[in-house]
Design a protein around this ligand. Structure first.
Ligand SMILES: *Cc1c(COP(=O)(O)O)cnc(C)c1O
Length: 374
């Protein structure tokens, strides 16, 4: 192919990812939990870029990377990451061959699943490490506490599995202290009855909320996700964490429109006087939620917050400026980040920071500070 000599423009919208802040938040998860860390990198490392973040976290010495599916594990392995990978949920039959072939550690929810993994591993001539999942009140998977002892006895007879860990998952660690304590007690009791640390190399339960607000109990491994990416699910711990991701764009146009001028689709906003407006090149096609329309959501330009007026469109939003504003075409705009917290934007959009982060679309370029991108 002939080389493309056409000049390349800077990106219209981008996220900046501060890996030093990610490293800080990793140290906070280590200190708060007192555990080894399974860094959760599912959903493209919560939108931060799967391969680059997995490589960075491996270099920071995490014990495991946690993924949602084998496709994510495949991408991480192809990026040259050797760190153990754990699959956070139940699997179905046609995923298991590759899980075994790539030596990814699954969690086991049923005897049938265990049997199937053992058969495949035996065929491959390998022993597959697995963790036993216990359902203490989330119901996405795992053995019920009453059944786990008998099932474990059966699983231990399977020739090609080695039981390396036991796990459960907190359903409400950021909203229900009473139920979270019930889950922690139930898991502690279950693990103790099964033999505790003499039987399991890894014992794990906590997500970010659990790590920040609850004791580790019998656990020696913790599974932080959101907190690594700079947001505490429980506001009182936010100050411990550093901002990792900033979503940015640029002003494409700034000018004054007359009084009585309607703004954006559906004309939900009409100026009451001559108004200076800035058009910014980002919209729901970039993952900036359309549900922010009409919510007085703000953006940050030249050191100040400014409100969005009218609906968020696919590729552009309109921001109202003071009459004497110096804001002009080309100015950088922060949609969320160090100055406008992502959880504030998520709440206005009637969602959560997890969804806001994972919703940033591929059109938005990821720019890394502190590591070379892959
Ligand atoms: C996503 C997930 C986590 C991480 O949760 P955060 O709330 O983002 O810290 C931990 N464990 C399991 C099983 C998960 O699915």
């Amino acid at each position: 192919m002939p080389q493309d000599e056409t000049p390349t423009s800077p990106p219209r919208s981008w996220v900046e990812i501060d890996t030093a802040a990610l490293g800080h938040n990793l140290r906070v998860s280590r200190e708060a939990s007192g555990c080894a860390i399974m860094a959760v990198v599912k959903a493209g490392a919560y939108g931060h870029g799967l391969e680059t973040i997995a490589r960075f976290l491996e270099s920071e010495g995490v014990e495991f990377l946690g993924v949602a599916n084998i496709g994510e594990a495949r991408r991480i392995r192809r990026a040259g990451v050797l760190c153990p990978i754990y699959l956070l949920g139940a699997t179905w039959e046609l995923e298991r061959e590759e899980i075994v072939a790539r030596n990814v550690t699954p969690c086991i929810s049923t005897l049938a699943e265990a049997q199937s993994f053992s058969d495949i591993a035996a065929r491959h001539g390998v022993t597959l490490p697995v963790h036993i999942a216990v359902d203490t009140g989330m119901a996405r998977g795992g053995f019920l506490p009453a059944d786990v002892a008998a099932s474990l006895t059966e699983i231990e007879k399977l020739p090609a599995l080695s039981i390396e860990g036991i796990a459960s998952h907190l359903s409400s660690s950021d909203e229900d202290e009473v139920f979270t304590n019930i889950q922690i007690s139930l898991f502690s009791k279950t693990v103790a009855e099964l033999g505790g640390s003499s039987r399991f190399r890894w014992i794990h339960l906590s997500n970010s909320g659990g790590i920040l607000a609850y004791p580790a109990g019998p656990c020696n491994l913790a599974r932080p996700g959101l907190m690594l990416y700079g947001i505490s699910p429980i506001p009182q711990f936010q100050e411990k964490l550093q901002n990792v991701m900033s979503l940015k764009s640029r002003v494409s146009l700034a000018r004054t429109v007359p009084a009585g001028h309607s703004v954006s689709y559906g004309r939900t906003y009409v100026t009451t006087r001559p108004t200076r407006l800035a058009t910014v090149g980002i919209g729901y096609g970039d993952g900036y939620p359309r549900s922010l329309s009409g919510k007085n959501a703000q953006v940050f330009i030249r050191g100040q917050r400014h409100p969005i007026v009218g609906r968020v469109t696919m590729d552009q939003i309109v921001v109202a400026l003071p009459d004497d504003s110096p804001v002009t075409s080309g100015d950088e705009v922060e949609l969320f980040g160090a100055n406008i917290p992502a959880d504030e934007v998520a709440a206005l959009a009637d969602t959560i920071a997890w969804e806001l982060f994972t919703g940033i679309t591929p059109r938005v370029e990821r720019i890394y500070h502190g590591v070379a991108p892959l």
